[in-house]
Design a protein around this ligand. Structure first.
Ligand code: AMO
Length: 428
């Protein structure tokens, strides 16, 4: 017999063979229930003393949670059962018996704390809440790629080992590479620019590494970035693309992930959009009692923006040059400009993205690298790549885990990463 998925079993009168995990069992003496789950849903398997074959009835009370089983049976109407039907079993076979007790509780009522859940992530992935998060994250990633490839963007794959910093600063992991030293990519920045300067538009989701020592609820040391880069484009073109992409992704989640949103007890809305310069943002924040510095927003300021403009994707542009990396175009192509063509996007009280127009003029790029106190010699290949036909270009990056954290209102970014890597965690 071929396997039937639980969601399809509800649609047939035929005998079915189901395969899945034991979610829970209940023994009411003369009646015994087993809730079976697979990737498509759950079904109640009901055994009745005297009616159900004795071996099968006995098994119903003797299988540990999360064990893998095969059940053959027929569906019957049952008002009290979920979906109005229950499976009357002919036989149950244990394929794999799970240890009892399990190291963590993965029931719908689990109170297990996150660190212990992460220590046992392979088992935590059995829980419906955890699965809901990653099913939604799967929609985020696939719809992101779909949205841009349908617009003609090339889905490209930049390298993960790089020879020089791509974001400036010191947050790099070093690795030995034969007789050389390499770094784990902090971002696909320099490569996506090279791709935009030839193939015009690119999109990617790629892992990046940041050797930031601090442990926060919004940072990981290994995360995945959803990036685009566009030729013949300005910062404003890039922001418009993000507006469309974020609204598309959220619309798709509302349509495709209603069950998961229910598990998470979340109602999503398509966000409004607001554009403000850094100076305007500073003024609005100050009026609302939050002071910020001259080149960055604080966590408190990002939260305040959500309070002032709820459910809004806020683009803060004309960002001070000091607060942006060396590759961001200064206003008016003036190396000494105070303002840049860079922006950040804030959503639900947190930065989800940075981007901007890039410097495509080699001399200007060299000057900006020097002004940032770095050595242009380390960036020679990158600078030279703009000597062979480089159009103006712009782009941005959204961290997929950061976006999931914010969108699903999770309390810690580690919840939004299947196998998080932080200062204290490299397993499982
Ligand atoms: P930035 O460094 O601001 O910009 O990163 C862009 C987005 O990536 C996510 N992100 C992170 N998520 C989790 N943990 C981290 N440690 C982490 N660091 C970054 C955030 C952030 O907004 N190359 C530029 C982007 C560009 O200009 O195209 C860059 O990497 O969501």
């Amino acid at each position: 017999m071929e396997r039937t998925l639980i969601k399809d079993a509800f649609k047939t009168q035929d005998k079915v063979l189901l395969k899945g995990w034991v979610h829970e069992t209940r023994d009411l003496k003369k009646v015994r229930f087993l809730i079976l789950k697979d990737k498509t849903g759950r079904i109640q398997v009901t055994g009745i003393e005297g009616k159900t074959d004795e071996k099968t009835f006995n098994l119903l009370d003797n299988i540990s949670r999360e064990s893998v089983v095969e059940v053959i049976g027929t569906l019957k109407e049952c008002k009290q059962a979920p979906n109005g039907k229950e499976l009357i079993p002919e036989s149950i076979t244990i394929i794999h018996e799970a240890q009892n007790p399990l190291p963590i509780d993965v029931s719908d009522y689990s109170k297990t704390e996150l660190p212990l859940r992460l220590d046992n992530r392979f088992l935590d992935l059995h829980s419906s809440r955890t699965q809901a998060i990653f099913k939604i994250q799967s929609t985020i990633g696939s719809e992101f790629i779909k949205y841009f490839t349908q617009k003609g963007f090339t889905y490209a794959h930049p390298p993960s080992m790089i020879a020089a910093s791509s974001e400036g600063g010191t947050e790099l992991f070093k690795a030995k590479y034969f007789e050389h030293e390499v770094f784990m990519a902090q971002s696909p920045q320099l490569y996506k620019q090279m791709i935009a300067c030839s193939m015009e538009n690119m999109v990617t989701i790629t892992p990046v590494w940041r050797a930031e020592k601090h442990n926060t609820i919004r940072h990981l040391n290994e995360c995945r970035q959803m990036d685009i880069e566009m030729a013949f484009a300005t910062a404003s073109d890039a922001m418009k693309e993000m507006e469309g992409a974020v609204q598309h992704i959220i619309k798709q989640i509302i349509e495709k992930n209603s069950e998961e949103l229910e598990v998470l007890k979340l109602k999503l809305e398509i966000p409004k959009v607001k554009y403000m310069t850094f100076a305007e943002t500073k003024e609005v924040l100050e009026k609302n009692g939050v002071k910020i510095g001259d080149d960055d927003l604080t966590g408190e300021a990002e939260k305040k923006l959500e309070e002032i403009f709820p459910n809004t994707l806020t683009f803060v542009y004309d960002w001070p040059m000091k607060g942006k990396p060396f590759y961001i175009m200064p206003k008016g192509e003036d190396p000494n400009a105070k303002l840049s063509e860079g922006f950040d996007a804030i959503y639900k009280g947190m930065e989800i993205s940075s981007g901007g127009q890039r410097i495509h003029i080699p001399e200007l790029l060299q000057k900006r690298i020097e002004l940032k106190g770095m050595d242009p010699k380390n960036f020679k290949d990158y600078i030279d790549s703009f000597r062979c036909g480089a159009p103006p270009h712009a782009g941005w990056s959204i961290g997929i885990e950061r976006f999931t954290l914010v969108l699903l209102e999770l309390s810690n970014i580690r919840e939004a990463c299947m196998f998080p890597r932080d200062r204290d965690r490299i397993t499982p």
